[in-house]
Design a protein. Structure first.
Ligand SMILES: Cc1cc2nc3c(=O)[nH]c(=O)nc-3n(C[C@H](O)[C@H](O)[C@H](O)COP(=O)(O)OP(=O)(O)OC[C@H]3O[C@@H](n4cnc5c(N)ncnc54)[C@H](O)[C@@H]3O)c2cc1C
Ligand code: FES
Lengths: 342, 88
């Protein structure tokens, strides 16, 4: 079987890797360089604190897959399981905790003062409650992509970068993709992230997903200081420290299009960040950028074959791709292999 | 002799060449993989050297390689100064 995969983000590359392990001939097409999409622009926060059973299961399976893939491929993803902290002004905003515990998540519901014991420099007046997931943490997204690409290449997957792909359909059935030249394939995977909507619409497939833009920035590097990944659910602020020592942070995105970076964002971010962790005041911002992601209906990813025969959808990861996409890619691989048997 | 290309990130010409040989052979991938041009000076001291090496190794002209997107702010700004800005 031949499979063509559109998009070299975490979803596309992981699927390519799993399929190649089953002996499938796989080609991956990336319109720009690897890391051009959301997988190269995100904050690497890993959690299973979701409001949906399926998402929780996918996140737990992804936790296992990170460990498995690191050793299988022989590449360090620079993953640190030092906890994921969701902060909130009201208890209602963390109601999900009860539900999550039922699925076996080991969570702690904390008062602001107790968070101060985990991270003394936090301003305990900036929030009231927190949900702490000790198994959560931070991964270096670039290393995940580099590692997956290495694993793919070791298995003979062809990765064509700087090649924008278009799906070629005949009589309602995929024939392959055109990317400069024609590449034949029985199955085409649409894992083009925020761009996958455009691909679908071109094929006449209705797609109601929302495209979200999110801005983010990094400070200069400092010594290891901030252990957990922090997300303030009441105002959208997120903060963590990368393995390179930079403080990576931003504000959860809004669907307003464009990928530019704005000064207005820096001001808003600086106010929120220095209010939550006053000691960050003296740090300088070195770089800022923006990324786009595609949100599935009800916050769930879109997975499965579509009405064009042979076209598999693997998108809609929203702000959770790093936490769940590995397990989704594993599931996609099974479904693609099964369809071929029938 | 150790030929340092990027002082901020302490990178030698050899390390840059090695990364290009591993397949990080476009400027966006190369700077992310090696860290070149991402130090405190944000490439003021090394971008031209990195482009030259990449051009020599790949046979592409500097124009074909393209200059990488400048990410504002150009000079590092401390958070407390930004935080005193006006919110729109
Ligand atoms: C600022 C920010 C912060 C985030 N923080 C987190 C976080 O903390 N935790 C978390 O879990 N998630 C986070 N996310 C979300 C996460 O980054 C995404 O869910 C995930 O990366 C999506 O992966 P993907 O493979 O589906 O898409 P992408 O990584 O976007 O990959 C799609 C690729 O397809 C390529 N492409 C598009 N069209 C074509 C075409 N026609 N031909 C060829 N190639 C094409 C694109 O160039 C792109 O590289 C964040 C996102 C952003 C932007
Ligand atoms: S010399 Fe390379 S970033 Fe400063």
């Amino acid at each position: 079987m031949k499979v063509a995969i559109i998009g070299a983000g975490i979803a596309g590359l992981a699927t390519a890797y799993f399929l190649a392990k089953e002996g499938v001939k796989v080609k991956v097409f990336e319109q720009k360089f690897l890391l051009h999409g959301a997988s190269g622009r995100n904050s690497g926060g890993l959690t299973a604190q979701f409001k949906d059973e399926e998402l929780i299961k996918l996140a737990l399976r992804s936790e296992e897959l990170y460990e498995k893939l690191q050793s299988e491929i022989g590449f360090n993803f620079l993953l640190r399981r030092s906890g994921y902290l969701k902060l909130a002004k009201t208890k209602e905003e963390l109601e999900e905790v009860e539900f999550q515990r039922r699925f076996g998540l080991k969570l702690k519901l904390l008062h602001a003062e107790e968070v101060g014991e985990i991270f003394p420099d936090i301003n305990t007046n900036a929030f009231k409650f927190a949900s702490y997931y000790p198994r959560g943490g931070v991964v270096f997204p670039w290393a995940v992509i580099w590692g997956l690409a290495k694993g793919c290449k070791d298995l003979g997957v062809e990765i064509h970068d700087f090649k924008k792909a278009e799906v070629v359909v005949e009589n309602g059935k995929v024939k392959g993709v055109s990317a400069g030249e024609f590449h034949e394939a029985e199955v085409v995977v649409n894992s083009a992230g925020a761009w996958s909507k455009e691909i679908n619409e071109k094929l006449g497939i209705k797609d109601e997903r929302v495209i979200v833009k999110e801005e983010i920035c990094v400070t200069e590097s400092i010594r290891p200081y901030l252990d957990p990944y922090i997300l303030h659910v009441s105002n959208g602020l997120f903060l963590s420290q990368s393995m390179r020592g930079e403080i990576v942070g931003g504000i959860v995105g809004k669907s307003n299009g464009g990928v530019g970076s704005s000064f207005d964002f820096l001001v808003r971010y600086a106010k929120l960040a220095t209010n939550l962790v006053p000691k960050l005041k003296g740090l300088s911002i070195l770089r800022q950028w923006a990324g786009v992601y595609d949100e599935g209906i009800n916050g769930k990813p879109v997975m499965g074959f579509s009405k064009v025969q042979g076209l598999y959808q693997l998108n809609g990861f929203g702000r959770n791709g790093m936490s769940i996409a590995l397990a989704c890619a594993e599931k996609a691989t099974k479904e693609i292999l099964n369809a071929q048997l029938r | 002799m150790r030929k340092v290309v990027c002082r901020c990130e302490d990178l030698t010409e050899e390390e840059i060449v090695h990364a290009i040989e591993l397949g990080y052979d476009d400027i966006e991938s190369l700077k992310r993989y090696t860290g070149a041009t991402t130090g405190p000076c944000q490439g003021k001291g090394c971008l031209m050297h990195v482009l030259r090496i990449l051009s020599q190794k790949t046979g592409k002209s500097i124009d074909e390689i393209g200059i990488t997107t400048q990410r504002p702010p150009v000079n590092p700004v401390p958070l407390y100064i930004l935080a005193s800005g006006e919110e729109k």
